[in-house]
Write a protein that binds this ligand. Sequence first.
Ligand code: SF4
Ligand code: SF4
Length: 283
Amino acid sequence: MIISVASGKGGTGKTTVATNLALFLAENKSRNIRFLDCDVEEPNSYIFLKPEIEKTQPVNILVPQVDEKKCDFCGKCAEVCAYNAIFVAKDKVLVFPSLCHGCGGCSLLCPQKAIVEKKKKIGVLEQGKTFAIKFVQGRLEIGEPMATPLIREVKKKIDSDEINIIDVPPGTSCPVIESVKDSDFCILVTEPTPFGLNDLKLAVKLLKKLKIKFGVVINQADIGDEKVKKFCQKDNIPILTQIPYDRNVAVLYSHGIPLLIEGEKYKKIFQEMWQGIEKELKK
Ligand code: SF4
Ligand code: SF4
């Protein structure tokens, strides 16, 4: 089973929900739990889960290198590249590795076999464990724009016999789509503010397009207004649970301590969330 935890915008408490749900399930479920941090630009779930990293491996993509002695400057490689990562001039081929997605299309279609591929490191994949949770995270190189190939590597570690919790990057762009696709269920974490509602609407549109079942968790539920709740009611979107505003949560967060440490109050919230997910999955 794959449960992803996403939010239309950053700072809504997405990682707090993802990590605490994993801890709650690890304590209360008989199935193995696996946590995959796909927020590869800024992975921070390790701060709360404190895994012991046992294996680190580089993740590379293959970018083209042109042998101009073989090249006849026909321009086919530039034509086939959907990302404008190759430019062919009269007697020069320019490759822009930061735009290259490593799809291999140009080298495959080069009539002169003038393109070889060289490795470019985009980040690392780290694996380990914490409590009873298997932990995987991707860590993108600083300044590297290609998050999706690294996210794909993280997702290769999904085990369908376990409950896989995915921490999705914020927003609604390509890395989000790559992270949430194939999920059995997606939890959308939001806050009851105009910004929260606006970004929730975008995330809902995306999940409907991807045909993924989803429900909403309202964080800091007693601040802001009722518009998020009204939107969910009108659109028939299940509100899985609401997490009240609590200054203590911010204090725990700043110390990297999971909220379940606060005891029964939060355990009940995560129990309600999980029951809501199970109910939706049965529909
Ligand atoms: S497709 Fe091959 S031969 Fe043609 S311009 Fe590109 S590298 Fe050169
Ligand atoms: S590998 Fe793909 S993305 Fe990269 S330059 Fe070639 S065609 Fe473009």
